[in-house]
Design a protein around this ligand. Structure first.
Ligand code: SF4
Length: 629
């Protein structure tokens, strides 16, 4: 088999042993890699109904088809487990050299089972697996942990995925870090912490064999050339942070916990302002010639020394959404999340929920007591120091508030409502437990549907349904009968990229057009030159549908029902008041109508379940037997 080794490595942390599982070529043709293969590994290895923080919830890692080849932006891998935030599938993508090391070590994926008794670092050197005490690494930040491992091994090329203090403390919004890149969002870091797994280090020395190296090299060269032109300029110069001003203009920039879509000081927290005053450098994922990530550096003032990886989603969450107009504080807060190992989006949205609770009198200063502020502190919107301090408290579960917010918005609000008789769930901005992204979906009706039905929860990466709304392909303020098909089509489009995986920012570099007609034939050529298969447009398209289906199937097995496809209360009951999206809201009737359209487009039942025939048609017969209706 070309492009794959045909082998999955299983590691048991409790028994301290490992074994090899061989997979057939047909399995790879169905699940390919990235989030799809990681989800399939979850399907095969997770105990249905298990507690996400129990030993029965393995960490499933799946490499990329193009990793270790010359294909630009192909250096990503997928990581999945049952999410401690959502209770459904938690799938992440990360673009680091760990992915290349995994491939060169001869593994298509790794499944890490059970839990260790003591803190452990697992080392994979090609075929050899060893277990090492990690107690001396405890408390170290993510960067320092990676550096300490390099020093310990005397090898600056060893690649490690690690957790920071947040993962150690089982913060449900903790992530996994590697080379400064994150496997983020759904609380993977807490799963690692529950297993007492501080780090996974990999070194690989095997060659990656492809079917037609010459053709692959030529195709890769052409994409590389195109990636340096106008098709990626936005990402290379300002990065995604340029969205701050664009979203503000559209009245969609989450502000003060999504109470508003316009931030009066958006200029001060914009990509342009970052570029002019704080940009130190850009960073790239493995195999990436685009380098979209902006490194922000604060040189003076109370946050001097902060150096964080800035992109739009981190920025909106830790500036406008907390009402903070201080770019230096935003960089410090992001730096804290990066180093302590928390997801920037979930952290920012959870803090903004706490700030709203404070402003509405649910919390008092006393609730915010910590070592630095023994009397507590004011936590009103716009309080930059409160925001920065809370990022630290969450990672360490410090004090009442740190411990509460480490649980994420959904659990924090449920606990407070039960204990204090309040209704803070009304401003808990999450879907299925995952905090929302940086677009106010009240005025993006197709995207509202895409988010509501998303298998991952409130995630813009797994659904590209904002595209037809923002580009004016449809009227973003109203609903019509095209939206079910659009939500299906855009989520499966995204799933193709997340499965190969290829970064979506390359999507215009194949033919200049990002649509299926522009990209799928080119991607088919890449797949065929790598594997020797004969994929065509339809086969590439099927990758997305299969990827999405296995994730949905996992959720169905975990008890998903139609009610789980919801939106935050605020988006359904409080219209935006000002700006270009004023008066927008998604009514119950609209949402239920949109869900009907979507389930129908997917070929599912009215209740959103998957018919047996549909699963069999996708080559998932064993899944059909378990959850097909
Ligand atoms: S464009 Fe950005 S996100 Fe995409 S691979 Fe490159 S650095 Fe990573």
């Amino acid at each position: 088999m070309y492009g794959y080794s045909g082998k999955i490595l299983h590691i048991d942390l409790a028994e301290r042993k490992s074994w090899v599982e061989k997979k057939e070529e047909e399995w790879y043709k169905t699940y390919i890699g990235g989030v799809s293969m990681a989800a399939r590994l979850c399907w095969e290895n997770i105990d249905p109904g298990c507690d996400p923080l129990s030993p029965g919830n393995p960490i499933c890692i799946a490499g990329g088809l193009f990793t270790g080849t010359p294909v630009p932006v192909g250096g990503k891998y997928g990581m999945a487990s049952k999410s401690p935030l959502t209770g459904f599938l938690g799938d992440s993508l990360s673009g680091s050299w760990l992915s290349v090391a995994l491939k060169r070590a001869g593994w298509d994926g790794i499944v890490i089972h059970n839990a260790s008794k003591d803190w452990v670092r697992v080392q994979v050197d090609d075929d050899k697996v060893s277990f090492h005490d990690a107690s001396h690494l405890l408390g170290l930040g993510t960067h320092d942990t990676e550096e300490a491992i390099r020093e310990e091994l005397g090898d600056d090329q060893v690649r490690s995925a690690v957790i920071g203090p947040a993962g150690e403390n089982l913060a449900r919004i903790a992530n996994v870090s590697n080379d400064g890149r994150k496997a983020g969002r759904t609380g993977q870091g807490a799963v690692w912490g529950a297993k007492k797994l501080k780090a996974l280090s990999i070194r690989g020395t095997y060659d990656v064999e492809v079917a037609d190296p010459e053709t692959l090299l030529q195709l890769s060269y052409d994409i590389l050339q195109a990636s340096q032109g106008p098709n990626t300029q936005k990402y290379r110069v300002l990065g995604t942070s340029s969205n701050v001003l664009n979203m503000n203009k559209l009245g969609l920039l989450p502000t003060r916990n999504y109470q508003q879509g316009v931030f009066e000081d958006a200029e001060l927290v914009s990509g342009e302002y970052l570029h002019e005053h704080y940009k130190a450098n850009t960073m790239a994922c493995a195999q990436c010639p685009i380098a979209c990530e902006q490194v922000g550096h604060v040189k003076e003032g109370p946050y001097a020394g902060a150096m964080g990886h800035i992109e739009y989603e981190s920025l909106y969450a830790l500036s406008s959404n907390c009402g903070v107009n201080d770019m230096a504080a935003a960089i410090q807060a992001i730096t804290n999340c990066n180093e302590l190992g928390t997801d920037t989006m979930s952290t920012g949205v959870t803090i903004s929920w706490a700030m709203e609770c404070y402003e509405r009198g649910v919390f008092t200063k006393e609730d915010f007591k910590c070592e630095k502020y023994p009397e507590g502190f004011e936590a009103n919107f716009g309080n930059a120091e409160a925001m920065v301090t809370l990022t630290e408290m969450i990672a360490h579960r410090e004090g009442f508030m740190g411990d509460l917010l480490a649980e994420g918005t959904k659990r924090a609000s449920a606990r407070i409502d039960e204990e204090r008789g309040t209704e803070t769930y009304k401003w808990a901005m999450h879907i299925k437990g995952l905090e929302n992204p940086g677009y106010d979906a009240r005025a993006l009706k197709t995207f509202a549907l895409g988010l509501a039905v998303g298998t991952r929860g409130g995630c813009h990466n797994r659904s590209a349904a904002y595209d037809p709304d923002i580009k004016g392909q449809v009227d973003r303020f109203s609903v019509d009968d095209t939206r079910g098909e659009l939500a299906k089509s855009t989520e499966e489009y995204a799933a193709v990229y997340d499965t190969l995986p290829l970064c979506k920012f390359i999507r215009r570099c194949f033919t200049g057009k990002a649509d299926r007609a522009g990209a799928w034939p080119a991607i088919a050529k890449l797949i065929n030159a790598t594997t020797g298969w004969d994929f065509d447009y339809d086969a590439v398209d099927l990758i997305g549908e299969r990827a999405h289906t296995i994730k949905k199937a996992f959720n169905v097995r975990e008890g998903w029902t139609r009610e789980h496809d919801h939106l935050p209360w605020r988006w359904q009951h409080e219209p935006l008041k000002e700006g270009a999206s004023a008066n927008s809201i998604v009514t119950d009737e609209e949402l239920e109508y949109l869900k009907d359209l979507y389930y129908e487009a997917k070929g599912w039942t009215k209740e959103g379940l998957i018919p047996k025939e549909k699963l069999e048609e996708l080559g998932m017969d064993d899944v059909a037997e378990e959850i097909g209706v």
